[in-house]
Structure formats: C-alpha cells, structure tokens
Design a protein around this ligand. Structure first.
Ligand code: ADP
Ligand code: ZN
Ligand code: ZN
Length: 817
C-alpha cells in the first residue's frame, strides 16, 4: 500500500501538492503538522499537511518528504477550514493564506537566515550536540543560512535542530529583533490640597522663614503655575527655579508638595478596575442587556455607540462573561489603534489572561503567543490583536469583538490574501458558534445595512460616559473669511481665537489635516509646470524640513528647486497645504507653545508613534497636528479643541465611499475633543460649509448620512446592493497593459455584460514604472457569488494561457475598499 499527503506550501500555487510517505510516517502524521519537503530544483520548504490519503497524483510522480517537523499538529482543523474559506472567497492561493496566518518563524526554508538573539543566555548543558554546533557557529559569525547549517551538521534534516533552538529562545529567523516599548514615567508635583485654604498658606509661608531655599522653591512653584495651568514636572520646576532636586525632595517629604505620576493616575482614573470592577452606568447597562438579548436571536450585533460612550467597558463586561464560561475571546482592532493605552486598560482588568498579537512584536513573542493559544493555556483567555490575529489557533472561541469596525485598514491590500478582517472574523466566529460584536461610533454603511435588514442585531448608545456633552461643532466658512481678510495663513480668526483660549486654559489642541508634507504641489506661475515623479504619475510633494521634493508612492526625491525645471522662471508657488506647513505657521503664531506632528513622516521609527502619544498625554506637547492617524480611538483627557483645517479635500476624493469616509473621519476626530468633564469644541474650516456631509457631521446625524448615501449606492449600483470585484493589471509595458486589459474586459463582458466597468486607468496610473489598469465587476444581489467567481476563474485560466501576456501581473481584489 502506498501512502500520500497533500500539503499546503507557502507559495502562491493554485493547488495543494502531493508527496509520498511511508506507512510508518502515515501512522504518525496528522493533518496540520509541518513537514519539510523538496520543491523545484533544489529548494526545501516547510509545508502543512492538509490531507493524508492513498491516491497517487495523476500527472506527476510524488516525491518523498524530507522529514516531519512536529510531534502534534501546529495548525488546527478549524484553521485549515478557515484558510480554505479565505482562499476561495478572496480568490487567492491557500499558500498565500498560510503565509499570512503563521508567524514567519514556523516556516523555515532553505534560504532562511538564522541569527543568534542578542543577550540570549546560552546554557551549554541544556543543548544537544547538534544544537551546540549551530550556536557555536553563530557565535563566530552573525548569521548563517539554513543551507550552511546543513553543511555544519553534515546532513539535510536540520530543521528540527533549528526549531528546537527557536523554541529555546536562542535564535531568530529572517527577522529584526524588536524590544518592547515601555512608556517612561514622568514625575509631577502639585500643592498639597491642605494649603488651598488661605490661612493655612500664610501659616506655611511663615513656617518656611527658617528655610529660605525651600520658601524660594515654593514661590517659584506658584509663579510657574500662575503662568501655565499645565501639570508641572519636577524636572521643570528645578530647571526653571534653579532650586536643586534635593530641596524639592524636602518639600515633598514635608508634605507641602505632593509628587505623582501621570501614568499611574490614568489607571486609577479608568475606575480602579482591578479592585472594584467596572460599574457600568445605567445606560451602559441597558446597552449591555440589549446586546445580550440581541445575541439570543442573532450571532452578530452591531454596536453603534458615539465616541466616548464607554464602548470599551461594555466589551470588557462581555468578554468577562465569556471567559468565565471557560471560552476564549478575541478583540480585533486596527493596527494603529492597538495602543499601549488600550492594552493597559485590559491588563488592569484581566491581568495576565491577556495576550497581545502585534506585527511590531518580535517573532519569538509571536511564536509564544501562538503556542499559548494552541494549548488553550490560562494566559490565552483574551487575545487582543490587529487584523492578522483572526488567524490564531483558537479552539474554544466564545466571542469576537471587532472595534472601530468601519476602519478601512481592516482590509488587507497587499499582498494576497486581500481579506477583510471584520468580515472574515464573522465567518470565523461562525465556525465556533461564537458571537461577534462590531463596534463603532460611525458604522460602515454595509454593517448598518445588515442591521437594518435584521441580519445583525443593532444596539445604539447615544450618550457619552459621565454625561459629558458631545463636542459643540462650529463650521467656519473660509471662502468668506478669505474675502474679508480674516485669515492668517490657513487659519481663520475663529480658529486662532479658539486655539488661544484653549491653550490659555492649560488644555490641548488637535489639528487635523489629511495631507502630509508642506505644500503638496509646486507650480510654475509662468508655464504651469509642476515637478513630477519620473517613476509614477504624480506630482512631487514639498517637504520643508529637509527641503526636498518627494514622491509619496515610491519615495523618489530631489532637492527643492529654486527655478522652474521647464522654463527656468523663478516664480514658483505652492498649492494646497499639508501637515508640515500647518506646523510651520503655528510655530510662528504660538511660538511659546510646543507643537508636534503625527503623520507617516514622523511615526516611521520604532515606537515613534507610541512616544508621540505618550508625550502628548504627558502634556509635553500642546498642539498635535496630524493626518487621519489621529482618528483611531485615542483617549486623551486634556484635549478640548479639535480643528479640521480643510474639510473639502476629503469630500472631493474620487471614490464612491468618499462621502461616507469623510463623515466617519470628521466625526471620529471630533470625538477626540472634551472626553472628560468639560464640553469640547470642534471647528471645521470649509469652502463649502453647506455641503450636506458637513451639515450632517455638525449635527452628528448618522441616520441622515446613511439614508442619503444608501440612495446613491442604490442608484449607482454599489455596495451594499452590488458586490464588487476589482481586477488590476500591471506591467512595465504600456501597450501590453492596455492589450491585456482589453482582452480580459471583452472576455468578462461576454458573460457579465454591462456589469463590467472599464478597463480604466486609476487616478495614479503609473507607480514605480508599472502601468496600472482596472476592471470592475459588479455583482447584483440575486447573482450567485460562487458561480460568478467560478466563471471569473475560468476566464483567468484562458488569460494565463496567452504567452504575450506573461509579463502582465493580475491582482484580484474581492470587496475592494
Ligand atoms: P469609546 O470607546 O466608546 O469611545 P471609552 O470606552 O474609551 O469610550 O470610554 C471613554 C472614557 O470614559 C474612558 O476614559 C473610560 O475609562 C471612561 N469610562 C467609560 N465607562 C466607564 C465606567 N463604567 N466606569 C468608569 N469609567 C468609564
Ligand atoms: Zn515654468
Ligand atoms: Zn514615485
């Protein structure tokens, strides 16, 4: 009897591959285990066993496997089923899903590079002989390839040795090593409230006559506090007053001043959760009960709660219930919203039952998290993670929370699988008969539509926690302001007045400008030329801090030009404006305050994002200017003013979702204002103040926005009424791109008729010297999705058979965003 396995290789192959195994191997192997297999001429890959059977492949001779890498399955039956669903729904290879689903360290291949972990403690007695040889080699050279390890150990079957070293935490593969970010704690001082009373204060100052240095320090403290109402750092007090740290220490010991840490304060602020448990307010409790009632009827509940209504607390209560029943809970949120803030809040409540799965974590940490979940260990009760956490090996899932469900970053754009984590999470939960809660202050039209049609339960929460009022929104008509000369740079007089008031009160400001850089476009007044990227069809963007013109698509850059590159005229003007320009203007007006920028340029480095958030929290920054990064569920306590510099460039984006997205973005940034006690203020500057979306934002009118947008979607045949599949062709050869797109469009139109749109060049038709062309397929509700995809696959097979189109890459995107 011959035995075979079908395996999934980490490659974009349309089919599984079959290998032969011995009887003994067949008895040992289980589905979901890893095997090392030869592939192609000389490569070795780690593959996952999908099926064990006795049918030899028809068109090729099955090769034997190299070896078995696991003692028990690494991938569960649920995962294999889920991968299959993702591959078929999103029209990609199972191998693509495999690569997205497993931490890279599980997927050794012959080209993998092995490195010793810095500071790893090597206990030679704990090492087997072969492991020792590898470590010894690594102590001499910084890295070795797996192929070299084969030479060192003089055998082919080296993967188990490497695996053992990975699991012992001594080596890493193909990866950078990250450290974990720890927010620094800053020491502040405040006056002991006993002395808030005048008589006590006089007595104190008299007492201090004998300690002139201490008195001097105290007086400095008062004068600094009179100028700035912000919390005062011990460091600043000693610098500004010239008093030594020792004297300040004395004042603290005497209980005249009190020291405190902003960080610890935060945790107590969120309700002393770890001790007393969270007390839901009456309306929170009502929402909670409605969600539970909804779950009795339906598996998915859309939770529409305005910003700062305390959705997180309600998730926590739902999670608690599920884990008390011995099940696991998954909390998915957009990568950028996965902040230390939130992790701390959950850890404060659930302690070490919370695991975090994050792309910034090292491979070893990810391997560890994966193992804990696979073993359903005590630490793996709650997993909080970004979109790829839906691929973890749950066995016992009871609840999935998808927070900020409207976020478009849940959809993976590149590479395949181009999945939408929210939609996939609903399917995943379904496998486990678990419940899913989708939460947002501004739900996606799709989800709200599902709720309106009773596919999802719907729960709404319209009050902020602690009865804080929603921010007051004021619209500033900058067209008129420019006419009346009431603008200073890009700031209206209203905006400047409000910023001033806010800063004077010791509070913070957030300014939103959805464009980075200084001035997006440089234009010659004489001939109209603007410098273009040579690799992409876009104009270069001016960045003042390094005086460069940059391409935001490929990174190409040149020095800022003094003269027009076409006609040599020196009359060049800048058009439009970005975050950098806002910052420059602000610095000139509010020179005594500290400003910072949060955009792709300032958050590139390791933990740069966390550091910015941290120093904004600590009030080291007074005004934060940012792009849409600012909108992601951040909870700052001292922000009282949010300014939207220009609403129009959001609204004019050429996309059928532009209006929905502008509404969501504006309402989300607005939600950063006034989250604690005082009512916040939001100013929206626009040339078009009567635009229906701006009006709807100002009234928080989600229902109105939903109704209008839905009508448009219906009229123009867009989701949720029609489903979309977008096919993108790209190639370095312009005419080949056109020919291939035409061929494919004709083939599709033969079948799908007028529901095929294009081919069309996208707004940026060339990126990194590749030409792009799109074809859009609209699928009416009554048309079978499965059949449609089958037909499309068939057309693709014919397309792939045409030699002339070999060099054309085709990307299929199901439910594009
Ligand atoms: P959302 O996610 O809906 O925007 P959050 O969950 O961040 O709102 O809550 C807003 C603020 O109110 C947070 O600082 C949170 O700690 C606080 N809060 C909400 N509910 C409670 C509660 N029941 N007890 C104590 N604090 C709460
Ligand atoms: Zn010119
Ligand atoms: Zn470019």
């Amino acid at each position: 009897m011959a035995y075979f396995i079908d395996v999934i290789l980490p490659l974009p192959l349309q089919k599984r591959f079959t290998y032969s195994i011995t009887k003994a191997e067949a008895e040992f192997l289980e589905e979901g285990m890893r095997v090392a297999v030869p592939f192609g001429k000389s490569k070795v890959y780690t593959a996952i066993v999908g099926k064990i059977h006795q049918n030899p492949p028809q068109v090729y001779e099955a090769k034997p496997i190299n070896q078995i890498l696991d003692k028990s399955p690494l991938v569960t039956a649920y995962q294999l089923k889920f991968w299959k669903w993702i591959a078929s729904y999103y029209m990609c290879a199972e191998g693509d899903v495999l690569k997205a689903a497993l931490p890279g360290a599980f997927l050794l291949e012959s080209e993998s590079i092995v490195q010793l972990i810095k500071d790893a403690e090597v206990d030679e007695n704990q090492l087997k002989d072969e492991e020792f040889l590898v470590i010894e080699a690594l102590q001499r050279q910084s890295s070795v390839k797996i192929q070299e390890v084969m030479k060192i150990l003089d055998k082919k079957a080296v993967l188990p040795v490497i695996n053992a070293l990975v699991e012992k935490g001594l080596v890493v593969l193909n990866q950078e090593i990250y450290e974990q970010y720890k927010p620094k704690k800053i020491r502040f001082v405040k006056l002991n409230p006993v002395y808030d009373n005048e008589a006590e204060m006089h007595r104190l100052l008299d007492d201090l006559e004998k300690a002139p240095k201490q008195k001097e320090a105290l007086l400095s403290f008062f004068s600094i506090k009179a100028q700035h109402k912000k919390p005062l750092k011990v460091k600043d007090l000693s610098e500004k007053s010239g008093v030594s740290a020792a004297i300040i220490k004395n004042l603290i010991t005497k209980k005249i001043l009190e020291e405190y840490y902003e960080k610890t304060d935060r945790v107590t602020f969120t309700g002393d959760a770890s001790e007393s448990g969270i007390q839901l307010s009456e309306i929170q409790q009502k929402a909670f009960s409605e969600i539970e009632a909804g779950f009795k009827e339906l598996d998915v509940c859309l939770f529409h709660g305005i910003t700062s209504s305390g959705k997180t607390e309600i998730y926590i209560k739902l999670i608690e219930k599920v884990i008390n029943q011995g099940q696991q809970a998954l909390y998915v949120l957009p990568e950028i919203a996965l902040t230390t803030q939130l992790i701390e809040r959950l850890r404060a409540y659930f302690g070490d039952k919370v695991l975090v799965y994050h792309s910034k974590y090292s491979v070893n940490e990810r391997v560890e998290v994966y193992r804990h979940i696979l073993e359903d260990s005590a630490k793996a009760r709650i997993v909080i993670g970004a979109r790829s956490s839906i691929f973890l090996p749950f066995s016992n899932l009871g609840l999935v929370v998808v927070d900020e469900e409207h976020e478009t970053s849940f959809k993976q754009f590149d590479p395949a699988p181009r999945y939408h984590a929210r939609d996939a999470a609903v399917v995943l939960a379904n496998f486990f008969k678990a419940k899913t809660i989708l939460g947002s202050a501004t739900p996606s039209l799709e989800s709200y539509f599902n709720a309106q049609h009773h596919k999802y339960a719907l729960v709404e929460l319209n009050r902020r926690y602690g009865d804080v009022l929603e921010p007051e929104i004021e619209i500033v008509d900058i067209k008129t302001k420019y006419k009346k000369k009431e603008m200073k740079g890009h700031f209206s007089d209203r905006m400047l007045a409000e910023i001033k008031d806010t800063l004077n009160a010791g509070e913070q400001v957030i300014l939103f400008q959805n464009r980075r850089g200084f001035s997006p476009v440089l234009e010659c007044n004489t001939c109209g030329h603007s410098p273009q990227c040579p690799n992409c069809d876009v104009s270069l963007t001016y960045h003042s801090h390094n005086n460069q013109l940059r391409c935001h698509y490929c990174g190409y850059h040149i020095a800022m030009q003094k003269k027009c590159m076409a006609c040599d005229s020196s009359e060049i003007t800048t058009k439009g404006f970005g975050t950098e320009q806002i910052e420059t203007e602000l610095k000139a007006i509010f020179s005594e305050y500290k400003t910072a920028r949060m955009d792709q340029d300032t958050t590139r480095g390791k933990y740069a994002y966390e550091k910015l958030i941290n120093s904004f929290e600590q009030q080291e920054i007074d005004i934060l200017i940012g792009t849409q990064m600012l909108t992601k569920g951040l909870d700052f306590r001292k922000v009282n003013l949010v300014g939207i510099m220009n609403a129009d460039n959001l609204l004019n984006f050429p996309d059928f979702r532009a209006h929905e997205r502008s509404f969501q973005l504006m309402l989300q940034v607005a939600g950063r204002a006034g989250r604690t006690k005082k009512r916040g203020k939001v100013l929206i500057q626009s040339y078009n103040p009567h635009h229906q979306i701006i009006q709807q934002v100002s009234m928080g009118d989600y229902a109105g926005m939903y109704k209008d947008q839905l009508e448009e979607r219906y009229n123009y045949k867009y989701p949720p009424f029609h489903r979309l599949i977008r096919i993108t062709l790209k190639c370095r050869d312009f005419s080949k791109t056109n020919d291939a797109a035409d061929w494919l469009a004709v083939g599709m139109k033969n079948v799908f008729k007028e529901n095929v749109l294009g081919p069309e060049f996208p707004p940026v038709a060339r990126i990194r010297n590749e030409y792009y062309k799109n074809i859009l397929l609209k699928i009416p509700q009554q048309q079978s999705l499965g059949k449609t995809k089958e037909v499309l696959q068939r057309i693709m097979r014919s397309f792939n058979a045409i030699g002339a189109f070999r060099s054309v890459k085709v990307v299929i995107n199901v439910d594009p965003i």
